[in-house]
Design a protein. Sequence first.
Lengths: 174, 113
Amino acid sequence: MTFNLNLTFGPRWENVSNIRNFVTEMLSTGIVDIIDAKKVATASSELVENVVKYSATGGAMIDIKKDPGTGKISLTIKNIASNDDINTFETIFKNVIGGDPKEMYKKMMLRSFNDPENSQLGLARIRYECQGEISYEISQDIKLISNVLDCEQIKDDFKLLSVTVEIPVKQFEN
Amino acid sequence: MPLHIPEQIHAKSIIFGKGDTLFLKGEIDDIDPGVFLTQFFDLAKEQMDQVIKIDFKNLEFLNSSGIKCIVSFVMDKKPGSKIIFITDSGKTWQKTSLEVIQSLDEENIFIEE
């Protein structure tokens, strides 16, 4: 069965748990089993936290897809971010993306202790705990999310950041 | 000396200390959970000399900022003290994240179900 969920939300802290709980409940009603539903929900929670912390302006979007036969759920979060925040994200991404996921998670835990202001646990957690394969894209198409702002005015300083996580899920018979 | 930390409700979580165990229940997903978690960990450290047990079994979710607090707690424990995590392996986050935390100091951190 094909599944596609698309939500637009305001980057407010209360939406972190709202989205996590909604994703868990939605996916566990016949899409995947509860363990996989919670893996996707945890990844969405960590990414939405980042959006709330760093989203520059406007709304954000979450898109969850499951195509039959792929054995994966694709989770994408899009938000408008400043060039500085995008640079920060790219640095974090490069730091956590290589190596064995468990060893990287452990390394980032130690780093969070030695350098608490520069924690990079969220993406490392997604890689290990959720078995997520993370990728990202940057584009100028900020109108995709925000049509209320003067896009011409802000387009040089802000971009659209799309982070996608592919999470393997067990085949589930409804 | 038994642990005595009165029950406190914080957002969607309940925390208290009883006997030899600090109990965490519910969900912890604050923007900075260290603001309230640290006080409980400090009390547990003060009141328990050798072994601190933390019962996570009924903690459904802990965000990565909360995991950072647990890491800080175990890395800053008193020399020679032991920490025991009581977990529910049916909860993925406990099976994965707490196992990795335990690997930071395998001689002094233990996991029980």
